[in-house]
Design a protein around this ligand. Structure first.
Ligand code: NAP
Length: 298
């Protein structure tokens, strides 16, 4: 199997490269930076490509592409987010018109204005989002499904594991003393996604025979209370931190004044209400085998 991986220098893309290499696949890894550590890519050949700039002049011949590259930030500047996440996806599709595209999307495409309760795939996209990241991820999914000849869209939520560039670093950045201010009450359920399980789902999606259109939620076997998840994540990093909960109604007026602040409306929407996914379709149709949410003990 010959695989190309975009976003290979990132958290998810690196895990996909290592899993594919371990399975004996021939992998070409793409990232934006000039050079990458071969060990983090499972020894894959590396090429630098700014997907927002243009399509590849000389794409390698591959059987599938796992497209992980994205501006994966909720506070990103909108033009840059749209350039990478939508225009970049257009360039990926134009570079690889004839092979399976596994598009790594996000559960951010579900409605941010109401709880996501065991959401099924048909419940997104919606016509309202709280930031450019979610809106551009939703638009990119639609582009992939409209243009690609053969595509599988995966929607993970709250990815964790070794090499996390997003969730855990963001939590640690916001610790003050031994406290982490968190919107909500800590009791709502959240679907977490182990990065190694997500990488395996990407490999399944690269090879599965699946009916069109193919959109799948990807998460661990069952949602967990968010307070349990936060404490586990922080403890796995060796941080002795206690979440301190603040009702969303108290934080929302500040978030309206500081729309790109750390406790912005998107963050409130992610932490204060349930964000759980139904993963039945991935289990039944992709052969996805989820595992329970477990955080490594340091
Ligand atoms: N982490 C999560 O919790 C989570 C949850 C749901 C969905 N996702 C999705 O999973 C995917 C991967 O996220 P991640 O957490 O692995 O993010 P990440 O660690 O920030 O990695 C982002 C990757 O995209 C590349 N990239 C960014 N802009 C680019 C550009 N203009 N051209 C080419 N490459 C570019 C980066 O390359 P350089 O580093 O070389 O610049 C990096 O390899 C994203 O599509 C994200 O939406 C992530």
């Amino acid at each position: 199997m010959r695989l190309a991986v975009t976003g290979a220098t990132g958290f998810v893309g690196g895990a996909v490269c290592r899993a594919a290499a371990a399975a004996g696949w021939q992998v070409t890894a793409f990232g934006r930076r000039a050079a990458a550590d071969a060990g983090r890519l499972g020894g894959a050949a590396y090429r630098s490509w700014d997907i927002g700039a243009a399509k590849l002049a000389d794409p390698p011949g591959v059987d599938a592409v796992v497209h992980c590259a994205a501006s994966a930030t909720d506070t990103g500047v909108a033009p840059e987010v749209w350039r990478t996440n939508l225009l970049g996806t257009h360039h990926v599709l134009a570079s690889f018109p004839d092979c399976r595209i596994v598009h790594v999307s996000s559960a951010s495409v579900y409605d941010p204005f109401r709880p996501t309760v065991r959401a099924r795939e048909h419940e997104a996209p919606v016509d309202r989002y709280l930031n450019a990241y979610a809106a551009a991820k939703a638009a990119a999914e639609q582009l992939v499904l409209a243009v690609a000849r053969d595509a599988v869209v995966l929607r993970p939520h709250a990815v964790y594991g070794a090499g996390d560039t997003t969730l855990l670093p963001r939590l640690l950045e916001n610790v003050r003393g031994n406290r982490l201010l968190v919107p909500g009450n800590g009791k709502v359920l959240v679907s977490m996604t182990n990065v190694d399980t997500l990488a395996r789902a990407c490999l399944l999606a690269a090879t599965a025979e699946t009916a069109w259109p193919s959109v799948f939620n990807i998460a661990d076997s069952a949602p967990v209370p968010i307070d349990w998840a936060l404490r586990g994540l922080l403890a796995s990093a060796g941080a002795r931190v206690r979440p301190a909960y603040v009702p969303a109604r108290v934080l929302t007026p500040f978030a309206r004044v500081f729309p790109r602040g750390r406790l912005n409306r998107y963050v409130i929407s992610q932490f204060a209400v349930e964000r759980s996914l139904d993963i039945t379709a991935a289990i039944d149709r992709l052969g996805y085998e989820p595992s329970p949410t477990v955080f490594p003990v340091p």
